[in-house]
Design a binder for this molecule. Sequence first.
Ligand code: ZN
Length: 302
Amino acid sequence: MTDSALYGAIEAGGTKIICLIGKGPDDIRAQIELPTRRPDETIPDILAFFEGYHSQLGPLARVGLASFGPVDINPHSPHWGHVLKTPKPGWTGTDLAGAIKAGLGVPVVFDTDVNGAALAEGRWGAAQGLSDYAYITVGTGIGGGIVSGGALVHGVMHGELGHIPVPHDLTSDPYEGHCPFHGDCLEGLACGPAIEARWGTPAQALSADHPAWTMEAGYLSVLTTNLILMQSTRRILLGGGVMKRASLFEALRAQTKARLNGYLTNPPHDGDLVDVIMPPGLGERAGPLGALALALDADRAV
Ligand code: ZN
């Protein structure tokens, strides 16, 4: 493909969808934000955006589609491109990537929103030059993408980092959990809606010294500690609405360090984890740029 080629990018989230056309963070030619409605309304909205720019900007080389999960991202699966079991009305079983590919007539690279964001952070953000890192989002839900040895970790489908079991002391935290599948998994205890349900106040309205933040750091530190122990992850970037509370990073570093308890003696895991547990470099652009990063990954196009 020539240097003049433009790429399409679609970040499909639970409440909104961002579509853009461009080549990189500094070369975005068109962008739109759409509400996530039912698939029979949303997919035509997406196609209309790209078709509207076709005569002005020319054909697209590829489209990257970074979707909420769970989704079938295995190119060899007969269900590639489908949204799997989801509580979002009408979306279970939708052939999202197939509809985009057929509608636009271009190859599609399909992955989760968090895997896309992880790639974007490696290409343009706070994980540049690193081969082992992770991107975690803590908001309406909790999800994450892991890069190991320079490549996204996929497995049978994709990881579901938000749903790992975590120690739950019912004496200090009697809240039963928010997850419809597991109750008190990590997402069930530590996502934004869980914080609001437990304390009766949205996370962003809780004061800096509220005990919610120590508890939140405690749950999230189970994930960060396990990433460091299982993958020897060099850097863990945490974004999403809940992580906008800057003091949460300090508490999370401290509780992760406490769990490691001096066991790891190699830098940077032996210190205060200041450049291990960090905010994403791309901020809220990690999502849509994640879809663009997927589009640049020609080897995975279907
Ligand atoms: Zn769960």
